[in-house]
Design a protein. Structure first.
Length: 327
């Protein structure tokens, strides 16, 4: 939910924008804008910078940190970044609107969005009769999928205001959650919970994708190839030893604690967001035509995308197929 919300939030554009930025110093310049404040979900990119993988690839990379008032797609189109960390729904909606963007890799094989419940709930199919807290962006992304799959109804939902107290005090409440955030807060509050990843039940989109303008990708294919490969090598390195990347994450986002970073990395590993799915056999960052078709079909069925949208123009498999960074 949070990643989806980040890209559709109202933008604050300025002639210069005060994102925290971390930079290497070598070769072809590349600016990448993250999806939120620096966190473990961006670890592979920070790791590639911290360990010299970008420099080794002949790249001078600047990582600019996003935030709640940052519209990554608008800044990409405006030339403020070469790449953004994106999301399938955002890219497909942009293609529908005639914005020429393309996805070149998927850091996460699965969308991290899921449901946090109390420990008496055993599966996503057990939410009938429960109150479900859903933010506005969830109603135009995963809620139609969950409702259609399990027969839930709008009447059982309440707005999610990013305050966990209603969940803590009422065992009949379930809530949307991001694996490194709400479960971490619940653990700190000593509330026993279960977290269910929507992707485990078939929710199709990728996440934390690398997205650029087609004109940039077409003009600089060698730079794109080197950036994709070094970034995926960064993810492999981050999962092995996240300390270098975490140091840069905390530099950009001083409010990020060691405890939350450790929790986030543990969730990345447990849910196999980076190394699971097709990445296990095709390499980190892998994408397939079949998965993009599933996301397109879902969005059309949920009336989130017009039928006939050229979804195949939203991605290219060339760069991840060539990278072959095996877990």
């Amino acid at each position: 939910m949070r990643l989806f919300r980040r890209f559709f939030h109202t933008a604050v554009l300025a002639t210069t924008f005060g994102f925290a930025a971390t930079q290497a110093h070598a070769g072809d310049r590349v600016t990448v804008l993250t999806s939120w404040y620096a966190q473990a979900e961006h670890g592979g990119f920070y790791q590639a910078l911290a360990t010299g993988l970008y420099e080794k690839a002949g790249l001078d990379v600047t990582i600019k940190m996003g935030g709640p008032q940052v519209n990554g797609m608008q800044l990409l189109v405006g030339g403020q970044a070469d790449f953004i960390l994106g999301y399938d729904f955002q890219v497909l909606s942009s293609v529908e609107a005639g914005i020429p963007v393309e996805t070149v890799a998927a850091s996460f094989q699965f969308d991290p969005q899921g449901m946090l419940t109390h420990d008496d709930v055993k599966s996503l199919s057990d939410l009938k009769g429960k109150t479900i807290l859903v933010a506005g962006s969830g109603r135009t992304s995963w809620w139609p999928w969950l409702k259609g799959k399990y027969g839930y109804v709008d009447a059982q939902t309440r707005p999610y205001t990013f305050n966990l107290q209603p969940f803590f005090v009422d065992r009949n409440v379930a809530m949307q959650a991001y694996p490194s955030s709400e479960p971490f807060q619940a653990e700190r509050a000593n509330v026993r919970t279960h977290f269910f990843l929507f992707a485990d039940d078939g929710y199709p989109p990728y996440n934390t994708t690398i997205v650029g303008l087609k004109k940039t990708i077409d003009a600089k294919p060698d730079v794109v190839a080197r950036f994709v490969k070094a970034s995926m090598e960064g993810w492999k390195s981050y999962l092995a030893d996240p300390a270098p990347g975490n140091a840069l994450i905390k530099k950009d986002n001083p409010e990020m604690t060691d405890a939350q970073l450790a929790f986030g990395v543990a969730q990345l590993k447990a849910l196999k967001l980076v190394t699971g799915g097709d990445a296990a056999t095709l390499g980190i960052g892998a994408m397939t035509d079949a998965r993009w078709k599933k996301t397109y079909d879902y969005m059309v069925s949920a009336k989130l995308l017009k039928a006939g949208t050229d979804y195949k123009s939203a991605y290219t498999l060339k760069y991840v197929q060539d990278a072959k960074v095996m877990p």
